[in-house]
Design a protein around this ligand. Structure first.
Ligand SMILES: Cc1cc2nc3c(=O)[nH]c(=O)nc-3n(C[C@H](O)[C@H](O)[C@H](O)COP(=O)(O)OP(=O)(O)OC[C@H]3O[C@@H](n4cnc5c(N)ncnc54)[C@H](O)[C@@H]3O)c2cc1C
Length: 351
């Protein structure tokens, strides 16, 4: 019988709760014994938050050393929890933190690991995982005989766990926090200018059309940049770009300086998961649209009624000038914003 360990950090973020829901569902199908392992300061309280999940044991690795996202300490904690639980199947969310630490843990345990898993379920009495191959074009379902088997579950693929809190009987596990690296601070882009937001409800895509000559015979990159930034700040949408646009920015031209290859969506870019997407000034060619595979509701604004989006790739195509539409949209979104949000935005812009 499969012994399952669900691993999470004590903050129990959205990704962790989604992975927990997947673990609960799998346990229901396999009828296996299962354990929750929590890492970091506050792990015991976190166990209380998910006490109603039905796990037989709650193991914790506590201590300040495990608060920081650091390979050595995360791997040490996960290894200690895996050994204590004796798990044959270990599930965790595919966060950058676990994705960095768990492959090394799999090697230490002489186990196997699969990453970017989008689904796990029982098939013929054994767990089987689904993941996408060849730039998200083919889905494969696979099982493994090697154990322990570590599985990282991609966020955004299922509903988060909802259940009752309570008091959990917690067992503390000792882990060796040996580490040569010390975290001395954190550097992150200024809050107001961060444009890639995986948790955002909306993906806003800018295409190369924003930099092309418009009806008056001139290009208006500065106006384009302002319209896009105003919209992102007000809506908190995540910013994506077409390859043509990010390539232009990469050449250092005076076009949308906040855009980089990290924003590129598509076959040679990323495949984000947002409930909604709005494409602007982008033609909607297949190598780009393949990156929209997991966007549930798609809309596009393009001057060209024969653009790629019109051929079944968007749910709604607005045949219109994106400059005009976005200006109007910004007024509407600005009107919906609360005074407190206005103050926050002004402060972050001034900062
Ligand atoms: C191997 C390979 C891999 C690739 N990988 C990727 C990838 O990962 N991602 C990607 O994006 N591309 C990729 N491409 C490139 C892709 O095929 C397209 O060339 C690219 O997506 C085009 O970008 P675009 O639509 O922004 O630009 P364009 O094709 O130049 O389209 C600009 C659009 O803007 C519209 N427009 C202009 N002004 C306005 C206005 N005022 N209002 C509204 N609309 C306006 C125009 O009508 C036009 O449709 C790849 C290509 C290859 C060969």
């Amino acid at each position: 019988m499969e012994k399952i360990l669900f691993l999470a950090h004590a903050d129990l973020d959205q990704a962790a709760l989604e992975a927990l829901a997947a673990a609960c569902s799998l346990v229901g199908e396999l009828q296996g014994e299962w354990t929750v392992g929590l890492v970091g300061p506050g792990a015991a309280e976190a166990a209380g938050r998910i006490a109603g999940c039905g796990a037989a044991r709650f193991l914790t690795v506590e201590g300040e050393a495990f608060a920081q996202p650091r390979y050595a300490t995360d791997a040490a904690a996960a290894e200690a929890l895996a050994r204590e639980s004796g798990a044959s199947l270990i599930l965790a969310a595919h966060t950058s933190r676990w994705a960095r630490a768990l492959p090394g843990v799999a090697a230490r345990l002489h186990g196997r690991i699969d990453t970017h898993v989008t689904r796990i379920a029982e098939v013929n009495g054994v767990p089987a995982v689904a993941r996408w191959f060849y730039r998200q074009r083919m889905e494969g379902v696979l099982t493994r005989s090697g154990r322990p088997w570590l599985v990282l579950l991609e966020p955004g693929c299922g509903a988060a766990w909802v259940g009752t809190a309570g008091s959990a009987s917690v067992e503390s596990v000792a882990a060796e926090p040996a580490s040569r690296s010390t975290v001395i601070g954190r550097r992150a882009p200024q809050a107001g200018e961060q444009t890639i937001r995986p948790d955002a409800g909306l993906l806003f895509v800018a295409g190369a059309g924003w930099t092309k000559k418009q009806a008056d015979g001139a290009a208006h990159p500065q106006e384009a940049g302002q319209l896009i930034l105003d919209f992102l700040r007000a809506s908190r949408a995540s910013l994506g770009g077409s390859k043509s646009l990010v390539d232009l920015s990469g050449e250092g031209q005076a076009v949308l300086p906040f855009m980089s290859h990290l924003n590129q969506i598509g076959q040679t870019g990323s495949t984000p998961r947002h409930p909604k997407g709005l494409s602007t000034c982008c033609h909607g060619e297949e190598p780009h649209v393949v990156g929209w595979r997991f966007i549930t509701e798609r809309r596009a604004i393009n001057l060209d009624p024969n653009c790629g989006w019109a051929r079944g790739k968007a749910d709604v195509l607005y045949v219109a000038d994106a400059f005009q539409v976005m200006e109007h949209l910004n007024q509407l979104v600005g009107r919906c914003r609360s005074p407190a949000e206005d103050v926050r935005q002004r402060q972050s812009t001034a900062g």
